[in-house]
Design a protein around this ligand. Structure first.
Ligand code: G3H
Ligand code: 13P
Ligand code: ZN
Length: 322
């Protein structure tokens, strides 16, 4: 089937109590690892491209890689989505250039300005059969060149969501309930330590999610910054020349719970980066004489596939839903 929008996917996910995985793609091996797992697990998927990915790999290369995945995986629905579109022009360029979904992220702007920018993108997108994700609230962490400290982050205010959605006409809404971008989501002093000495982050604000859902019944909610930062890969990085002390993510049980509620899209990027980097570091450590990129990218791609498979089956609950 050709690329699809997320409309049908989100409807089924909402009703079925699961979420769709939105994985960031930057090169061929990442696209292949993700889509091979989705194909084998019969899972619908959102492949998303950030401004940084377009600057790195070029819009056309990324679109063509995703189109290749569509040809290779005809049995699963695939959405091509712009992640964190910073302005109308970037969204327009993706809408004109083959994407089926865009995010306009004006969450750092004042409420009225966020509405105005989002509305403009929605009007253009809907005229072209493309859906729009918007954001209210500010996540901590790093996105492209924007770095938001925990002190400057803020939870979504539930009392604003109805006005925002009705005035903008957006199709899904990303909210801030305590997730954060990157591999260092919380500082050690924001966490407690369990009996094994592992950092345990503060719980997500399910009360905020529930209040938002009550005000927007049936409306798809999105969670950004939802990598879990698997400790096996942090260890692999650290044992093979890397230095990532105290990297910590969102516990998977909490994401599983969010997926059973109104959260229909869960964004995962850092876990794939960690998987790839850990695997390649280990490979170089064990094979210092090797220099053929195919030899180290092959196990990296295979491990990305397994990380994605685990998310589909054990966290998102979308395996078998294609
Ligand atoms: O939210 C940000 C995503 O992880 C994409 O990261 O802007 O470095 O491509 P990036
Ligand atoms: P992570 O950094 O937690 O993987 O979040 C990715 C994301 O939200 C992309 O938009
Ligand atoms: Zn994000």
């Amino acid at each position: 089937m050709p690329l699809v929008t997320s409309t049908e996917m989100f409807k089924k996910a909402y009703e079925g109590g699961y979420a769709i995985g939105a994985f960031n793609v930057n090169n061929m091996e990442i696209v292949q690892g993700i889509t091979e797992a989705c194909k084998e697990e019969k899972a619908p998927v959102i492949l998303q491209v950030s401004k940084g990915a377009r600057a790195y790999a070029n819009h056309t290369y990324l679109v063509k890689l995703v189109e290749a995945a569509v040809i290779e995986c005809p049995e699963i629905p695939i959405v091509l989505h712009l992640d964190h579109g910073p302005d109308f022009e970037t969204c327009k360029s993706c809408i004109d250039g083959g994407f089926t979904s865009v995010m306009i992220d004006a969450s750092s702007k004042p409420f009225e300005e966020n509405i105005e920018i989002t509305k403009k993108v929605v009007e253009y997108a809907h005229d072209h059969g493309v859906v729009v994700e918007a954001e209210l609230g500010t996540l901590a962490g790093v996105e492209d060149d924007v770095k938001v400290s925990a002190a400057d982050s803020s939870y979504t205010r539930p009392e604003e969501v109805e006005e925002f959605v009705s005035k903008t006409g957006c199709d899904s809404l990303a909210i801030a309930i305590g997730t954060s971008h990157g591999a260092y989501k919380f500082t050690p002093d924001q966490c407690t330590r369990n009996e094994k000495g592992i950092l345990v982050p503060p719980p997500l604000r399910f009360d905020v999610l529930e209040e938002v859902s009550k005000r927007l019944p049936g409306f798809p909610i999105v969670l950004h910054g939802s990598s879990s930062v698997p400790q096996e890969y942090v260890k692999m990085v650290n044992e093979h020349g890397g230095k990532m002390p105290d990297a910590v993510g969102i516990p998977e049980e909490q994401l599983r719970k969010a997926a059973t509620l109104s959260v229909c899209k869960i964004n995962i990027d850092s876990d794939l980066r960690l998987t790839m980097t850990g695997t390649i570091r280990q490979f170089f450590d064990e094979h210092p004489d090797k220099f053929d990129p195919r030899e180290y990218l092959k196990p990296a791609r295979a491990n990305i596939k397994e990380t994605v498979r685990h998310k589909l089956v054990d966290v998102l609950g979308c395996a078998g839903k294609a």
